[in-house]
Design a protein around this ligand. Structure first.
Ligand code: FAD
Length: 690
């Protein structure tokens, strides 16, 4: 049955019509008014139509890139130091919802419902990044930017607003050109009869799996266009999972068309994947699984009635027509037309023209860009954005603090990642930097080859990445392989003295505030700790300890003595004669007590053992280097009869292992309750004074 499909980017005529509609401001308020959904009416007055407004930083687009950048800016503490009435960060985005797009591959594989990956845009700005007075540090305007005037430091919006900025971040994503393939939009409107679907939009991704399950026989074609697309691995992920599904059902029949399904992978690119290391493995997999490969074949036309797809071919060959029963289409993509025609566009390609390392615009030094809309020459993914955002934020804050005079402080190396689902339960985790050079997180740390599909990576893709996206990435506390981010570290050092301490808050739980002296700190809290607030008085252990001896003193007071945990020794003093207790009968120490505790030793050589020889130390270092995960400090200490501290000094763990452990510790910290957070923060502060 035919139905209408809404595509992500509106046409210019739609935008023109929308310009006459009332301004749909989402979440904004005049300075000094607490911003909340209830203050929407005030908000339209604050950023009213046909008025000029000024912000220190304006972020265009609140997708994966805009969310990370705006929240990291807010959490950096940089803006806490200045004038509290200044308008600091404004995010502009016309969309009412925010999607975790990598999840659409899982929807296409029947693994998750698409609703799981969509959140109302307001929710992402509602509880996060409030300052000490409870005001949101980010203003969110539901409007679309239409043009840039970089010489005047201002932008114009669809609804007629003019907004001035000190620094501008441009990340409105990529243009998906559905009309670039003749007949595609028509075919997608009626997936059931056309057999055509695509994981590349929220509306169509849920049509993919039903088509796969309903196919028992015939040719399935999976296409990928020439040129830049977001997540260039996604088209083949859809294919590998479909193949596995048909195989499990016993209907995959590559050599005999009469018995089941055959698969063709038709790509406008010359290889299976951009990074050579993974491309080789994937092509071997394609051949082994008997998938037909059509390289440099660009889908240009679909005839949904005849079920015929037409491909342009290289070297002047005539177009190829191919019959299909199921077609998974990936539309061509490119820069958004209004970006391409703007002064910010690169002459070649039309994306926002930025420096490959600093993410700063090559011509306009107060303009920055990351994500799909930028000219960064790497695979366009959320994983790449997680590494790009802290670089952009650190450099932008440096520019703000120095009025643009200081050099950039951080550099991006092109890191990107693509978890390639090769079957249900297995993922090949491609990670690489500029030039397709592998930069493997787990390969470096554990010495494993990430080109081999693994089960552990599957759970990263299916469960961990979606979780970390909504719980950390969009809140500005995730930086990809480097783990959780403390955005306060991104601010230039001159601003650090005024920073407040933030910890990542959990969804839908408002941060609680505590005053320490004249400072205010924010901590996340759990429902359990909320119930226990204010803190209960701890029980007196002496009053409940059964082994405690109660001495009634002549003065009427009670003197309570708890026996030591072991038999008396020269190191204990509790039971030494005490004049106060003279003449008072106390129970003798129990003969059943364990032997005295051994005195603590700081020596690297355990009592009774010999110092290690040079030969043994070399052997210890070799073992540690061979497998630092298996040969832990405590294991080697036992083996060589020395202390773990000695092992750590003589054969320290590699940097990657330390980083991995510290990321795991960071993750653990986020699960701490309110009291533990407070206690640990206090402890860390005290330690600084030592
Ligand atoms: C099917 C699929 C699978 C993927 N798989 C993976 C994966 O496995 N791993 C991975 O890391 N990445 C993956 N990606 C890629 C990843 O989702 C994108 O790279 C990422 O979302 C890009 O973020 P962005 O912020 O640059 O753009 P987007 O997330 O597209 O956000 C752009 C935002 O800008 C807004 N906007 C548009 N026009 C305007 C305007 N005129 N004014 C203001 N705002 C505007 C939009 O409303 C939108 O909110 C996948 C993508 C798809 C589609």
């Amino acid at each position: 049955m035919a139905r209408s499909i809404t595509f992500a980017v509106k046409t210019s005529s739609q935008r023109a019509n929308a310009a006459s509609a009332p301004a749909p401001v989402a979440l904004n308020a005049p300075t000094g008014v607490r911003r909340s959904i209830a203050t929407v009416a005030d908000a339209s007055a604050a950023i009213g139509i046909a008025r000029t407004h000024s912000y220190r930083v304006v972020v265009v687009g609140a997708g994966a890139a805009g969310q990370a950048v705006s929240h990291q800016l807010a959490l950096s503490g940089f803006f806490d130091a200045g004038d509290s009435s200044a308008q600091n960060i404004l995010v502009i985005d016309p969309s009412e919802t925010h999607d975790y797009q990598p999840g659409w591959t899982l929807v296409g594989a029947g693994l998750k419902p698409k609703e799981e990956f969509r959140k109302p845009m307001r929710e992402l700005f509602a509880t996060s990044s409030e300052d000490a007075q409870g005001q949101s540090k980010i203003d969110h305007l539901q409007d679309a930017v239409e043009s840039f005037e970089p010489e005047k430091n201002r932008i114009e919006t669809r609804d007629g607003r003019t907004i001035e900025y000190e620094q501008l971040v441009v990340c409105p994503g990529i243009h998906i050109n559905w009309a670039g393939i003749e007949g595609l939009e028509e075919a997608l409107r009626d997936a059931k009869s056309s057999g055509v679907s695509s994981i590349y939009s929220y509306d169509t991704c849920s049509d993919v799996f039903p088509l796969i399950t309903s196919l028992d026989r015939g040719r399935a074609i999976f296409t990928q266009p020439a040129g830049f697309i977001k997540c260039a691995g996604a088209p083949q992920k859809a294919m590998w999972l479909a193949l596995d599904h048909w195989k499990q059902r016993g209907v995959f029949s590559p050599s005999d068309p009469s018995k089941g399904v055959q698969i063709t992978f038709a790509t406008g690119m010359p290889t299976m994947f951009s990074a050579p290391k993974y491309s080789k493995v994937l092509d071997e997999m394609r051949q082994e699984r008997q998938v037909e490969g059509l390289f440099q074949h660009d889908l240009v036309k679909i005839d949904p009635k005849r079920k015929v797809a037409t491909f342009n071919r290289p070297d002047g060959q005539s177009p190829l027509e191919k019959q299909y029963d199921l077609l998974h289409a990936t539309p061509p993509m490119g820069p958004l037309p209004w970006i391409k025609s703007s002064p910010l566009a690169a002459a070649e390609g039309g994306f926002v023209d930025v420096d490959q390392a600093t993410t700063q615009h090559k011509k306009y030094k107060n303009i920055w860009s990351i994500g799909d809309s930028s000219s960064l020459a790497t695979s366009k993914t959320t994983a790449a954005i997680a590494s790009q955002a802290p670089v952009l934020v650190a450099n932008l804050l440096q520019a703000l603090a120095s009025d643009g005079k200081a050099m950039s402080v951080a550099a991006y190396d092109g890191y990107t990642s693509c978890p390639l689902l090769t079957e249900y339960g297995k993922v090949l985790l491609a990670e690489f930097k500029y030039g397709g050079v592998p930069k493997e997180t787990f390969g470096n740390a554990f010495g494993i080859d990430q080109a081999v599909p693994r089960r552990a990576f599957y759970y990263l893709k299916k469960d961990f990445f979606p979780w970390v996206y909504f719980n950390s990435h969009v809140k500005g506390t995730w930086q990809g392989p480097k783990g959780f981010l403390n955005a306060a570290k991104l601010a230039p050092s001159s601003a650090s003295s005024a920073r407040s301490i933030h910890t990542a808050s959990r969804p839908s739980i408002s941060p609680r505030r505590f005053a320490f002296g004249n400072q205010t700190r924010t901590f996340s809290s759990s429902p359990a700790t909320s119930r226990n607030t204010p803190a209960r008085r701890p029980r007196d252990p002496l009053a409940v300890d059964r082994s405690a001896m109660h001495h009634r003193l002549p003065t009427g007071e009670t003197f309570i003595v708890r026996p030591p945990p072991s038999a008396p020794s020269p190191y204990t003093s509790t039971l030494t004669p005490n004049p106060i207790l003279d003449g008072i009968a106390a129970a003798p120490p129990s003969p059943a007590l364990p032997p005295p505790i051994k005195p603590r030793t700081r020596s690297s050589v355990l009592p009774g053992s010999q110092p290690l020889t040079a030969q043994q130390i070399l052997q210890l270092q070799a073992l540690r280097k061979e497998d630092p995960l298996k040969n832990t400090a405590s294991k080697l200490a036992k083996q060589f009869g020395c202390s773990p501290t000695f092992v750590r000094i003589a054969a320290p763990a590699p940097k990657e292992i330390k980083e991995l452990r510290s990321s795991a510790l960071d993750a653990l910290r986020r699960t701490w309750g309110l009291r533990k957070q407070v206690a640990r923060t206090e402890k860390a502060e005290r330690r600084k004074l030592w």
